[in-house]
Design a protein around this ligand. Structure first.
Ligand code: AHR
Length: 374
């Protein structure tokens, strides 16, 4: 995988800091990639190789002062989100020279727009947004640029405006494609000819949901699988359990693959399948696929419950800080910065597969891998 890091040395320094601060994330594997071949398929709408024209940061961020940052976070729905929030709070600490205004928007898009407007009113130097949904951003982003405040988008993408300075996150469609191509290789290896899939998707309209669904659906169409249903579990454990309970009633005996669009949904689905007496995991009746690969998710891979887990790396904050420091010193930054991600399984489920001709490697889940994860 090609790496074109933004300020390689600084990024490496910060990655080391993050390993210490968050318990690490796979040694040198925690990296951002500004090339789109790390996630080789569809780039977010706003992706550009060109460097961004950022509004100049306000004088309030003059040297010696704390840099004021407003962060409108999605909510607290998952283990992944907890790791993302911690990463930002660790990096943008007072000790590091920042005054962080953090708002947990509790998955409420209106509250998130309001939070951004409050940041503008309070005259922050930079705004970080993790957009709950991908659309509806044009007006408020114009207000940010009119106020001369650079906006850095993290994790999920904004699809209806490119009026922001930079985005740091994951290629969700590539994650969905990876899950689909892995499944094809796995069922072929196991001699499973019928694939009947149930999907528990993430929050509707979030780019993480849209991309993972699009990517996986490509494989469904390509390989002629039977997708029985897709309903949202809102990226939560309760949501995953509720949807799976209803699936267990409606599709009893009819499915052999469950795709959960994050680990927390998978935990809920596992409870529902346990209660319904359905076996899952490698060698059992149901193949269980998950995304995120947080520590708790990898433990379930190791326990033989989740068959394969496709990482979504939440540790964007060091790369956001690097972008901010570059802007502070008058430089320009890449418009799109991709996090590097890995695909996890136990040896029996590690199979060769590729995405659009690019061979993928899988990581075996071991104690050390789990220990190093967020
Ligand atoms: O946007 C990233 C997604 O949001 C993660 O997969 C999920 O866990 C979170 O809630």
């Amino acid at each position: 995988m090609k790496k074109k890091l933004l300020g390689l040395m600084l990024a490496a320094t910060m990655a080391v800091g993050m390993l210490a601060g968050c318990g690490g994330s796979g040694s040198a594997d925690t990296a951002a990639d500004t090339s789109s071949d790390a996630a080789a398929t569809e780039a977010p709408a706003a992706e550009a190789e060109a460097e961004a024209e950022a509004p100049a940061a306000d004088a309030g961020a003059a040297s010696g002062d704390l840099i004021k940052i407003g962060f409108a976070q999605v909510g607290h729905e998952s283990d992944w989100r907890t790791a993302s929030t911690k990463s930002c709070q660790d990096v943008f600490s007072e000790a590091n020279g920042y005054d962080l205004q953090f708002v947990d928007c509790d998955n409420d898009s209106a509250a998130q727009l309001e939070a951004v407007r409050t940041f503008i009113e309070s005259g922050v130097d930079y705004i970080i947004i993790d957009p709950i949904v991908a659309t509806g951003w044009d007006t408020v982003l114009t207000e940010c640029s009119d106020a001369g405040i650079p906006v850095i988008v993290i994790d999920r993408t904004i699809d209806d405006s490119d009026n922001y300075t930079a985005w740091v996150g994951s290629d969700f469609k590539n994650e969905g494609l990876a899950a689909g191509e892995w499944l094809k290789a796995y069922v072929d290896a196991k001699g499973i000819s019928e694939v009947n899939v149930l999907v528990i998707s993430g929050s509707t309209g979030a780019s993480a949901q849209i991309g993972r669904s699009e990517g996986f659906d490509e494989a469904v169409a390509k390989y002629g699988w039977n997708k029985l249903d897709e309903q949202t579990g809102d990226f939560t454990e309760d949501g995953g359990q509720e949807v799976m309970e209803s699936y267990c009633k409606s599709y009893a005996g009819k499915f052999n693959v469950v795709v959960c669009q994050n680990d927390n949904e998978a935990f809920g689905a596992m409870t529902a399948m346990d209660n319904a007496g359905i076996s899952y995991g490698p060698g059992n009746d149901v193949i269980l696929i998950s995304f995120d690969a947080c520590t708790a998710g990898l433990k379930e891979v190791q326990a033989g419950k989740i068959t394969a887990d496709f990482e979504c790396n939440p540790l964007a904050a060091p790369f956001v800080e690097e972008a901010i420091q570059t802007l502070q010193s008058g430089g320009s930054v890449d418009k799109a910065i991709y996090m590097e991600e890995h695909w996890y399984a136990l040896p029996d489920a590690i199979v060769d597969f590729s995405i659009d001709g690019a061979a993928q490697s899988m990581t075996e889940v071991t104690d050390a891998v789990i220990e190093a994860q967020y």
